[in-house]
Design a binder for this molecule. Structure first.
Ligand SMILES: NC(=O)c1ccc[n+]([C@@H]2O[C@H](COP(=O)([O-])OP(=O)(O)OC[C@H]3O[C@@H](n4cnc5c(N)ncnc54)[C@H](OP(=O)(O)O)[C@@H]3O)[C@@H](O)[C@H]2O)c1
Length: 295
């Protein structure tokens, strides 16, 4: 019985497809007409059945879900957008339509990639994630909601101001609160394991890396590992809060909200996740070693 992956052309979704095909499991992936040809070809090379669809095209979701036993959804409009994509149309209405289509098609189990909520920090992306989580829990299908911490390959890179190669790091808040930085590869591994692991069903699982470290500690670890001196500048929490409150664009509001949430830290108790997914996760130290060996 097949697994459907939505978000297969993205960072996490592609890794999930790679792992599933490595294990010889049959998969179908929804790809958009606008998808990058190279990414499409790579999925075909892995042996993934591709179907055209879009979270905004609800009929395409019904077609894609037909005959599927499980669905893994990683899709988000946060970084990869086409015309008409928004947090509301994709992350909220699109994901809710997917839950509905999966239920109607008789899908048994849905794995949804999410992140933890800080109830005091509300922005459109967290509202959308919560709405989808609630719909899944009420759907009657089995579900596994993976609430992952901050991906190291995204948040500890120049794209988000963590620019070790140029000796400059932007800290959200004072950078002193611990975060359970996780590798997207380990999130993929957990998502793939969740499909086959009965004890991961009907669970919200908080997923974090092996060690919670503050951004300042990560900077010091880079320096100690030979990256050279790194200058830090802080964006005060109050500035992030004003930015979030003042933003009228839902995406800008969500970016500011994610940074504000990052400033407050995200240390995760990994007791449950390590019982459900007992594999060795990538540590920040492993990530640093890999980054510096590439430099
Ligand atoms: N980054 C973090 O630290 C972090 C932490 C916790 C959880 N997460 C969650 O992890 C998930 C995966 O992130 P990622 O890094 O893999 O994202 P990504 O690389 O930006 O990939 C997003 C995927 O969603 C697809 N997509 C976007 N709009 C779509 C639509 N309208 N219909 C169908 N597909 C659509 C994209 O397809 P195209 O290629 O066609 O655009 C792409 O395949 C997200 O749900 C995110 O919220 C991230």
């Amino acid at each position: 019985m097949k697994t459907l992956v939505i978000g297969a052309t993205g960072l996490l979704g592609h890794e999930i497809c790679r792992r599933l095909t490595d294990e010889g499991r049959p998969i179908r992936a929804v790809v958009r007409r606008t998808a990058d040809q190279g990414k499409r070809a790579e999925l075909e090379r892995l042996g993934v059945e591709l179907v055209e669809g879009d979270l905004k095209d609800h009929a395409s979701l019904s077609r894609a879900c037909t005959g599927m036993q499980s669905v893994i959804s990683t899709a988000s409009s946060t970084f990869s957008r086409q015309s008409g994509d928004s947090i509301e149309s994709v992350d909220q209405k699109g994901q809710l339509a997917l839950v509905d289509a999966a239920r109607k098609a008789g899908v048994e189990h849905v794995v949804f990639i999410s992140f933890r909520e800080n109830p005091t920090i509300q922005y459109p992306l967290t509202v959308a994630k919560r709405a989808v989580e609630h719909a899944l829990q009420a759907s009657g299908m089995d579900y596994t909601i993976l609430q992952a911490s901050y991906f190291m390959e995204i948040w500890l890179t120049p794209a988000l101001g963590f620019d070790v190669a140029n000796g400059k790091v932007r800290l959200y808040g004072d950078g002193s609160h611990p975060i359970s930085w996780i590798s997207y590869r380990d999130v993929a591994r957990a998502a793939v394991a969740a499909v086959a692991e009965p004890t991961a069903r009907n669970m919200i699982v908080e997923l974090g890396g092996p060690q919670a470290l503050s951004a300042r500690e990560v900077v010091r670890m880079f320096e100690a590992a030979g990256a050279g001196e790194i200058a830090t500048e802080s964006v005060p929490e109050a500035a992030l809060e004003s930015q979030m409150n003042a933003a009228t664009d839902p995406l800008q509001k969500s970016f500011a909200g994610l940074m504000l949430q990052c400033a407050g830290g995200d240390a995760i108790d990994v007791t449950t996740s390590s019982r459900l997914f007992p594999f060795q996760m990538t540590s920040v130290r492993d990530y640093i070693t890999a980054q510096l060996s590439r430099a």
